[in-house]
Design a protein around this ligand. Structure first.
Ligand code: ZN
Length: 123
């Protein structure tokens, strides 16, 4: 056991460099003093949720006088395309489909609404 020359420093058990006593991570090698573990290689590409799928779902729900419905359909299709191209690196397919369905329902009610207005003005 070697005593550090400077009391404000400690020795890294991984690379034996003198680092700040309060350091939580070795600045030389990345040794983690919190979990007492050597630096881990970054985890293999984590699947990210596609942003468009979240937008599609939110817009499908908020509706905003059919603007949201139309955008939900557009974003839903963009999201599904991107998720397909990402080849497993992106998630959110369920949300994109939910947004698409809500968007199409919204547009369907718009069509019915226009038809009803047109019918009412005829009579
Ligand atoms: Zn170190």
């Amino acid at each position: 056991m070697t005593t550090p020359a400077d009391p404000t420093t400690k020795q890294c058990p991984n690379c034996a460099e003198q680092i700040q006593e309060a350091a939580l991570v070795c600045r030389y090698c990345g040794y983690d003093f919190v979990t007492l573990s050597r630096p881990q290689p970054p985890p293999p590409q984590q699947a990210k949720t596609n942003g468009f799928s979240i937008a599609a779902l939110v817009l499908g729900i908020v509706w905003i006088y059919w603007i949201g419905s139309i955008l939900a359909v557009i974003f839903g299709h963009v999201a599904l395309n991107q998720i397909k191209q990402a080849d497993g690196r992106q998630t959110g397919r369920g949300m994109a489909i939910a947004g698409l369905v809500l968007g199409y329902i919204g547009i369907a009610t718009l069509v019915l609404f226009i038809a009803a207005v047109a019918f009412a003005s005829e009579v």
